[in-house]
Design a protein around this ligand. Structure first.
Ligand SMILES: Cc1cc2nc3c(=O)[nH]c(=O)nc-3n(C[C@H](O)[C@H](O)[C@H](O)COP(=O)(O)OP(=O)(O)OC[C@H]3O[C@@H](n4cnc5c(N)ncnc54)[C@H](O)[C@@H]3O)c2cc1C
Length: 269
């Protein structure tokens, strides 16, 4: 079942990437990190197929924010890219997904590994106070440190960079909690940047751990928890690394030490 929600705002980051904010209907519950189906209303007799979207807002937010690619010839996004405040988007009623706190055992370090629009669920999880816990608010500490690792092809695709490098630390309430505990780790593959290379290579070479100031060369199942969100090949490669480092895949029924979800489905899949 879908409900029609009003578009409250749209940001165009690049010609191919935009984010938008929708009204959140009464009674719409979700856990940070989950995805939901979106669609556009029928127009000129054509109704696109609904598509999965990670909710980038944390679960306590009053509105729902999403980050979207404009897929070449994509039936939904070639239309959705033109939305403006006041337009309507169809929102599914059943958020779901495995990139949630309850699928992971508590740990010292939480690594959020995402490529492209695989950043979307991390924006939700990184803004959720429950990810960190807070003694003053009576919320149990789940992870001491959160490492948000975002791999893209071009620097311009590092969307939300200023937010993750600066603005999140000035947010009311959250700012103090994430100070010194949320670490943003961007990398670019196809042009010069402060850091270049694929996340997989940065992890297997040990460079990522070194640059994050961690005294280790690979994931440690005793202390580290990992969430993965990328294309199918990226997910396979990152999962293989987690398994080789001794991590166990978790689910909401049986929490483990890593979880994965696809950020999109390949055309040939
Ligand atoms: C669990 C899940 C969560 C998702 N979350 C998001 C999200 O938060 N943001 C988002 O933009 N998309 C997300 N997607 C992909 C999304 O469902 C759509 O595929 C996408 O928005 C394009 O829809 P479309 O109908 O325009 O094109 P489609 O017909 O779906 O795709 C056309 C082509 O574009 C490629 N493609 C589709 N999506 C992407 C993408 N995100 N990055 C790179 N290439 C892509 C496809 O592989 C295909 O080749 C998610 C997919 C899954 C399975």
């Amino acid at each position: 079942m879908f409900t029609s929600q009003e578009v409250l705002g749209v940001t165009h980051w690049t010609p191919d990437l935009f984010s938008f904010v929708l009204t959140r209907p009464d009674g719409f519950k979700f856990h940070s990190g989950q995805f939901v189906m979106l669609n556009m209303p029928e127009k000129d007799g054509f109704q696109p197929k609904p598509r999965a979207y990670s909710i980038t807002s944390p679960d306590y937010a009053e509105t729902l924010e999403f980050l979207s690619i404009v897929a070449p010839d994509g039936q939904l996004t070639t239309r959705m890219q033109h939305i403006e405040p006041g337009d309507h988007v169809l929102l599914g009623s059943k958020p779901t997904g495995t990139l949630v706190h309850s699928a992971l055992e508590p740990g010292r370090n939480l690594f959020l590994l995402g490529t492209g629009t695989g950043l979307a669920p991390w924006l939700s999880i990184a803004r959720d106070i429950n990810t960190y816990g807070d003694e003053d608010l009576g919320i149990e500490r789940k992870f001491d440190n959160v490492y948000l690792c975002h791999g893209v092809r071009f620097v311009r695709e590092l969307v939300y960079r200023e937010f993750l490098e600066r603005d999140i630390f000035n947010e009311e309430l959250l700012g103090d909690i994430v100070q010194g505990r949320l670490h943003y780790y961007p990398s670019v593959t196809r042009e010069d940047f402060i850091r270049t290379g694929r996340l997989t290579d940065l992890i297997t070479s040990g460079q990522m751990f070194r640059e994050l100031g961690l005294n280790q060369t690979q994931f440690n199942p005793e202390t580290d928890r990992v969430m993965i969100c990328g294309s199918i090949p990226v997910n396979h490669a990152l999962k293989a690394i987690c398994l080789a480092h001794g991590l166990k895949e978790g689910s909401t029924h049986r929490p483990g030490t890593f979880v994965a979800e696809r950020a999109f489905v390949e055309a040939h899949a």
